[in-house]
Design a protein around this ligand. Structure first.
Ligand code: GAL
Ligand code: CA
Length: 338
């Protein structure tokens, strides 16, 4: 009997080829942008490796438990989208113990944490660049002369009255996008009057609630809404619609910026829903957060690590042996371009 159990256990454990699957640990499967990132991974993976997705449900405690669990199977590497970027430190310390390389994505660990071990990488985009592109979209809209704004300066005071919807507090993209979009406008001579900066956690439903609180106060003053991401821009548009904006008077299913009580909202990410809203005239523009290229970079790097090849041989440059930076792209419809 004991022998049987012994044989059974051996058979079971030799069947357990889990280290061929690479754990891919997402911060929250309710995040629209991260879902398009995940889809891109499956869509573009033609390599010899497979990924297994885990959802941390926006809890660092749950994420740490997932990581403890997957490390028991000795995976060849893990991919982590940290819930809290400061949580990366603990994750790195744990992975050192099992000598498991980590590719962090989307939420950038502190440089000192990334530099603390040579088997840690980060694939992401630079938030300053997304803010600069977002500012450019808005400058294009208000005209090339900051001292003589066009009719989008509704009250004609030479200033652009705006609301900024900020992402999750402490997130590198929320902090830097918010600061840099304002700087970029001002450095180019555009005078911004910030009516309100409010965090809506990168979420559609929160942005909807935030806008419902702000509209009674600022309704007639708003000339543009900067949103740190598309999900919140969508929430803002939903609230604006309910409040009588975007009327589509001729009922052709599209909103016309000249006649339909239009208000410019700009997002970042380029998720499918946002591109559709741009096509339908609701959303003025967005900045594409290129999750497709990020996914391709993650796949190539994972495959190199998995096959014990030199990561520097992949087709994306790796800065300081750590960072793969993917460029943002501007997106709006040609009618808005100068
Ligand atoms: C940002 C993105 C947001 C959100 C966040 C999650 O890069 O713009 O929409 O997905 O990452 O960390
Ligand atoms: Ca104005």
């Amino acid at each position: 009997m004991i022998l049987l159990i012994f044989v059974f256990t051996i058979t079971l454990s030799s069947c357990k080829k889990t280290n061929y699957e690479i754990p891919f640990i997402l911060y929250d499967e309710e995040d629209l942008f991260m879902m398009s990132f995940r889809d891109s991974i499956f869509l573009h993976n033609s390599s010899d490796i497979t990924f297994k997705m885990y959802d941390s449900t926006n809890s660092q405690i749950i994420q740490n438990e997932i990581i403890n669990g997957v490390l028991l199977d000795s995976p060849k590497l893990i991919i982590v989208n940290p819930v809290d970027r400061l949580g990366a430190y603990t994750i790195i310390e744990k992975s050192k113990l099992t000598d498991t390389p980590i590719i962090f994505i989307n939420r950038e660990p502190l440089a000192e944490d990334l530099l603390s071990w040579d088997k840690v990488y980060y694939v992401g985009a630079k938030p300053e660049q997304s803010a600069i592109y977002q500012a450019e979209l808005v400058m294009e809209l208000f005209g090339s002369n900051p001292n003589n704004l066009n009719n989008y300066d509704l009250n004609g005071d030479g200033k652009i009255q705006c609301i900024i919807l900020k992402g999750q507090e402490g997130h590198q993209d929320a902090e830097i996008r918010t600061e840099a979009v304002v700087n970029e406008m001002e450095e180019n001579g555009y005078d911004l009057e910030i009516l309100k900066i409010e965090s809506a956690d990168f979420r559609t439903s929160v942005a909807f609630d935030v806008m419902n609180e702000l509209l009674p106060i600022y309704r007639d003053q708003i000339e543009v809404i900067f949103s740190n991401n598309d999900a919140m821009a969508i929430g803002a548009i939903n609230a604006l619609k309910e409040d009588g904006f975007f009327t589509d008077d001729n009922e052709d299913g599209k909103v016309d910026s000249n006649i339909d009580n239009w208000i410019p909202v700009v997002g970042i990410d380029g998720i499918a829903e946002a591109i559709q809203l741009i096509e339908d005239g609701y959303l003025y523009g967005t900045v594409i957060n290129d999750s497709e290229s990020m996914a391709k970079a993650v796949i190539e790097l994972s495959s190199a690590i998995f096959n014990n090849e030199d990561p520097e041989t992949i087709s994306y440059p790796i800065l300081y042996g750590k960072y793969i930076w993917i460029d943002y792209k501007k997106y709006s419809l040609p009618i808005f371009e100068e």
